[in-house]
Design a protein around this ligand. Structure first.
Ligand SMILES: *Cc1c(COP(=O)(O)O)cnc(C)c1O
Length: 375
């Protein structure tokens, strides 16, 4: 008997959401409108009443966060080399300079000691990434930002529903950027949202998302900043509203599956198979991903190939950003961030999504153990 293919992630979309998309399409108003407004209000309530604006991607969301913070040519922004390349691409896109600091092997997030050491007189902002939903030490992060008078644009793309000391990520801090790309814990197909500090910043974010336009009355219009075309559609917002209803349930499901992964791998799996498990954190992360670092005895390519033969999809997040050609051309090279390089070479993402079963987890763990073989 051949088992069905198990992808590493898959969205859960209910029939009510599909019907809501149909309603938007029949309504005659498909671009930004009432559903976007409702989604922004829903998100704002979720983030303790802070202003929230939506965009057509998490990438656009981060770029607009940087623009709202006034980051541009001559400014340095410190971030992690272990992220989706969007994180540092947006720094280049606004004309600023990305500066990397290596990661902590346990959290796989930027190492805050190294982040602080990378601060120069040109540093204007920090962009930490919450890998797999796991936040950095937020008290320490904001203490560093305050001490050096820096803005923070949190790349919380993966972290909706995560928390720090019982406080929800997004409900505190400076600017916080989330993604609703289809692989995230909730989706709008593509999209993102930015949590801001005040009405003035929110107004500026609205201008940047739509050609810099501000309107008044029936026909008053002006353009005083250069904006682009980054607005979310009502179709996407209808998906987001349908998904949002299930956010807590999806995250609880992910957490239970993560627990099952630990139970199935067992106490000795690190010693016996040479893998590194994620931090067993059951208070802060939303379990966006369950990632393990493979031993040096197998290449990631071979591991992925053998898992594929067992009908199991494996992801990898991420190849170190500084070793991409675009970044090498800016002077980055091998050896600069050894932890991110080692982990970037051997990290894999095991299947984890809300509609997965504990039997699926058992199947994945058995497959991993049979591919890696006990030492
Ligand atoms: C998904 C993701 C992004 C980009 O979001 P998009 O919505 O795909 O543009 C940025 N950073 C991280 C860490 C992500 O996981």
């Amino acid at each position: 008997m051949t088992l069905a293919f198990l992808p590493f992630t898959k969205p859960s979309i209910d029939e009510a959401t599909i019907a809501a998309v149909g309603d938007v399409m029949r309504s005659g108003w498909m671009t930004s409108g009432p559903r976007v407004k409702e989604f922004e209000e829903t998100l704002s309530a979720y983030f303790d009443g802070r202003p929230v604006r939506t965009f057509n991607s998490g990438t656009a969301t981060m770029e607009i966060g940087l623009r709202v913070a006034g980051i541009g040519p001559g400014d340095e922004v410190i971030t992690t080399p272990n992220s989706w390349v969007a994180t540092s691409n947006v720094i280049i896109a606004v004309g600023a300079t990305p500066v990397f600091a290596d990661i902590d092997a346990a959290t796989r997030n930027i190492d805050l000691d190294l982040l602080e050491a990378a601060i120069t007189p040109r540093t204007k902002a920090l962009m930490p990434v919450f890998m797999a939903g796991m936040p950095v030490d937020m008290d320490r992060l904001y203490a560093i930002a305050k001490k050096h008078h820096l803005r923070v644009i949190e790349d919380a793309a993966q972290a909706i529903g995560s928390s720090w000391n019982g406080k929800r990520i997004g409900s505190f801090g400076d600017m916080v950027s989330f993604s609703f790309q289809v692989n995230k814990n909730i989706t709008t197909s593509e999209g993102g949202c930015l949590v801001l500090n005040n009405a003035e910043e929110a107004k500026l974010a609205e201008k940047y998302r739509l050609q810099g336009v501000s309107r008044s009355g029936h026909d008053g219009i002006d353009v005083d900043v250069l904006g682009g075309k980054f607005n979310m559609t009502d179709i996407a917002a209808a998906i987001g509203l349908g998904q949002f209803k299930h956010l807590d349930e999806f995250n609880a499901k992910r957490q239970a599956l993560a627990h099952h992964y630990f139970a199935q791998f067992g106490e000795n799996v690190e010693a016996d198979y040479g893998i590194e498990l994620p931090l067993a954190n059951f208070t802060d992360t939303n379990w966006h991903m369950f990632q393990i670092v493979l031993p040096a005895s197998i290449t990631r390519h071979d591991f992925m190939e053998q898992m594929m033969q067992k009908q199991i999809g494996i992801g990898f997040h991420y190849a170190p950003i500084h070793l991409f050609s675009l970044y090498r051309a800016r002077g980055f090279k091998e050896g600069m961030f050894p932890v991110a390089e080692r982990i970037g070479r051997q990290i894999v993402t095991l299947p984890l999504f809300a509609s997965m079963t504990t039997t699926d987890v058992e199947r994945v763990v058995d497959a991993v153990k049979s591919v890696l073989q006990k030492k």
